[in-house]
Design a protein around this ligand. Structure first.
Ligand code: ADP
Ligand code: ASP
Ligand code: MG
Length: 410
């Protein structure tokens, strides 16, 4: 008997018929003799609808109340799902984050899980029930509801798998696994059979929302084997695993892009010690995460500072920069019409020339690169948003990712 955690995303539980289909599938796995913990997201579109309504109440919605609102979508799906199971003659119990005692810190809208109490879940499992847990939500030590950040149900599933020592964590979604690039952007994308935690961390941090980045970090840390697969087919998906030496021969595993980017430039400021700290301390104090930074020194002790922030924090960061006493309004400019396109692969560690190929391909397509950043296993370029699809496809072709060039397992 195995203990399996299965998470179903919003499109998988988008309406009552889909919820029933998922219940049937889970019951089948249960009848094969497994213990089942199911984590559900809200119905597709619901969380966005709540965000929109909150914006109609308050320009910057109160974060505590925002979490109370956003957490409600998952309450609906877990209850419907448990009813569906019971309607099919099975037994299930729905549990909210605070009932399971998924205790988080108090950073509303992107809380981190601190601990999970397994006793209630284990009690229901022992009584042979399917345990259905609301994804994306937790509770603080002071009993306030919290949410884990958009896409956070993946993290609930992995965290539960870790504390319950589950044999497997399966993430069911609307594509058949992790692809060489977003299959909804480029049809030539190829499903990857196995990918390392590190590559997936990079892909997720660079925009591939197929898995929430925190869930990947946690899976790596607690060695939770992850299987990402489709709700709508029986096919095998992608396994996210620890690196083995064969994987090194893959130069590039994927191309990804992130639209959640914005650029801010402060021009012609004095190039003196402390200037970076003066700019970035208040931005970081406001909880805004700065990504790339470029400083260009001009002749005459003046400098330009350009950096990127999440587009969702653009206005907040702009207001902070405009209020600094180091630059006048005409020295501050920015753009929300940029994206970051990246190539990722563990093989880059041992091969040179990958970045140059990327620059060459973008140049050939007439795409100007605004900023570049690299790590051991990735190269990212900031480009104009209008070139997103063109860049993704050209890079995917240039690195022959449509071909099945995965090495055989030993
Ligand atoms: P869920 O609601 O099930 O959590 P998400 O919408 O969060 O699903 O994630 C699945 C989506 O991720 C896919 O529909 C796809 O468009 C997108 N995606 C982006 N990059 C990739 C990739 N490299 N491989 C697979 N899917 C990707
Ligand atoms: N419902 C939440 C969201 O849309 C959490 C999730 O789906 O993972 O972000
Ligand atoms: Mg998701």
């Amino acid at each position: 008997m195995a203990l399996i955690v299965q998470k179903f995303g919003g499109t998988s539980v988008a309406d009552p018929a889909k919820i029933k289909a998922v219940a049937e599938r889970v019951l089948r796995t249960k009848k094969q003799g497994n213990q089942m913990v199911v984590v559900l997201s809200a119905m597709a579109g619901e969380t966005n609808r709540f965000v929109d309504m909150a914006g109609q109440m308050q320009e910057q919605p109160d974060e505590r109340e925002f979490d109370v609102l956003l957490a409600s979508g998952e309450q609906v799906t877990i209850a419907l799902f448990a009813m569906a199971v019971k309607g099919m003659g099975g037994d299930a119990v729905s549990l909210l984050g605070d009932q399971v005692k998924i205790v988080t810190d108090s950073v509303h809208t992107r809380a981190r899980i601190k601990s999970i109490d397994t006793s209630l879940i284990n009690k229901h499992l022992k009584e042979n029930r399917i345990v259905v847990v609301a994804g994306f939500q937790g509770v603080t030590e002071a009993d306030d509801l919290t949410t884990l950040g958009r896409g956070g149900s993946d993290t609930t599933a992995v965290a539960l798998s870790a504390v319950l020592k589950a044999d497997m964590c399966e993430i069911f979604t609307d594509v058949e696994g992790i692809y060489t690039t977003d299959p909804n952007v480029y049809a030539a994308a190829r499903k990857i059979d196995r990918i390392t935690y590190d590559e997936m961390l990079e892909l997720a941090s660079l925009g591939a929302k197929v898995l929430d980045i925190r869930s990947v970090g946690m899976a790596k840390r607690y060695k939770v084997p992850l299987h990402v697969r489709s709700t709508f087919t029986e096919n095998d998906g992608t396994w996210v695993v620890e690196e083995n030496k064969n994987m090194e021969s893959m130069l590039v595993s994927g191309v990804t892009y992130s639209r959640n980017e914005a650029r801010i430039t402060i021009s012609k400021i004095h190039d003196i010690p402390g200037i970076a700290s003066k700019i970035f301390t208040p931005i970081s104090d406001a909880g805004v995460v700065v990504d790339m930074i470029i400083q260009n020194t001009r002749a005459g002790e003046m400098t330009d500072m350009t950096f990127t922030v999440p587009r969702t924090d653009y206005k907040k960061a702009m207001d902070i920069v405009r209020n600094l006493d180091i630059a006048g309004p005409d020295q501050v400019s920015g753009s929300e019409e940029i994206i970051k396109v990246s190539i990722v692969g563990v093989g880059m560690r041992n091969h040179s020339g990958i970045a140059t190929t990327m620059f060459h391909v973008l140049a050939r397509e007439g795409i100007n690169i605004h900023m570049i950043s690299t790590s051991e296993i990735k190269v990212s370029c900031v480009i104009d948003e209008k070139y997103t699809e063109l860049a993704v496809r050209a890079l995917h072709d240039a690195f022959s990712l449509e071909k099945d060039n995965q090495p055989e397992e030993e």
